[in-house]
Ligand binder design. Structure first.
Ligand code: GLU
Length: 305
């Protein structure tokens, strides 16, 4: 298998908050297949900055191996990369792109938003404060025993990305949080820094993150990195149409194994969702799947109890 040196890389980046369900496994297989079929390396990154459930990482890695995925190089863990994120913040700060934000979540939700901004976009309350206003903001944070969050001073309102399935996508860019009030680097910065630092030029993930791709690509641009090619794939949903979750019953690989199925049976179901019969390992999907045939609607996972 190619080590992919100089040939780019794809990745799968699970959050270790619990066991992987069939939707997660389908996204992982698609990420692996898209990377391998384009002769890229494939990396795993554990996004363990918050909501970590003890033991979940080990279980997730074992599950990914059980369905036939392999990966290059060591697993990257975000919890071990604080210094790298700190340097990226300094780099943005040196460009005058970082400011402190003293708003509470509630104030942001209640503030009137400008027209044409993405839903939930930050209205810019703390962007242009006077020094005296900043002093008051800091005093308030002190009372709340919080650090100010750090936000990006975005100089564009939109940015364009290329997605393998959605094509050219132009989406809103706002003053995203770079470091949260609890001192933890924000997801949007970590993901961009990590993808750039590990040579990722193909990002496959569920399409609930498509709306975040433009702001991430803009951040990559500010950090002097080129944007990856994106491949956002449909989410898995329950028969009721809600995003697939633990409450939907036996939806994880572990649950299926407990019910007497094999990892191959689970891959077979994932293959069937892609229009393929008789796939028992990720390599069968790699050999037979044509990305042009990816169903564009959510995958409705209707499992026997
Ligand atoms: N950790 C995120 C998730 O599990 C994926 C983030 C990404 O792929 O950029 O949904």
């Amino acid at each position: 298998m190619s080590a992919g040196t100089g040939r780019g890389a794809g990745r799968y980046a699970p959050s270790p908050s619990g066991d992987l369900h069939l939707g997660n496994l389908r996204t992982a297989i698609l990420a692996w297949v898209l990377a391998r079929r384009s002769d890229r390396a494939f990396h795993l990154r554990v996004e363990d900055l918050d909501r970590v459930r003890p033991g979940a990482e080990e279980r997730q890695l074992a599950d990914l191996a059980a369905i036939g995925l392999d990966w290059d190089g060591p697993v990257v863990r975000q919890s071990e990369r604080d210094d790298v994120y700190g340097r990226a913040l300094e780099q943005l700060s040196a460009q005058g792109r970082v400011y402190e934000c003293y708003c509470t979540r509630r104030e942001i939700l209640e503030a009137p938003s400008a027209p044409h901004t993405p839903p939930g976009a930050y209205p810019g309350t703390c962007r242009d404060l006077t020094p005296a206003e900043r002093e008051r903001g800091r005093a308030r944070m002190h009372e709340l025993r919080r650090e100010p969050a750090l936000r990006l001073r975005a100089e564009v309102a939109t940015w364009r990305v290329h997605d393998l399935f959605a094509g050219e996508v132009t989406g809103g860019v706002d003053d995203v949080v770079l470091r949260r009030g609890d001192g933890v680097v924000a997801y949007n910065l970590a993901v961009v820094v990590d993808d750039a630092a590990t040579g990722i030029d193909q990002v496959t993930r569920a399409d609930d993150l498509l709306a975040s791709a433009p702001r991430q690509a803009y951040l990559a641009h500010l950090l002097g990195a080129s944007a990856p090619e994106y491949a956002h794939v449909p989410l898995a949903v329950s028969p009721s149409g809600a995003r697939l979750a633990k409450r939907d019953g036996a939806v994880t690989l572990r649950d299926r194994l407990e019910r007497g199925e094999s990892a191959g049976d689970v891959v077979e179901r994932i293959g069937a969702s892609l229009g393929l019969t008789g796939c028992h390992a990720a390599s069968d999907v790699l050999a037979r799947w044509d990305p042009a045939t990816l169903p564009r609607e959510p995958w409705v996972v209707d499992l026997p109890a």
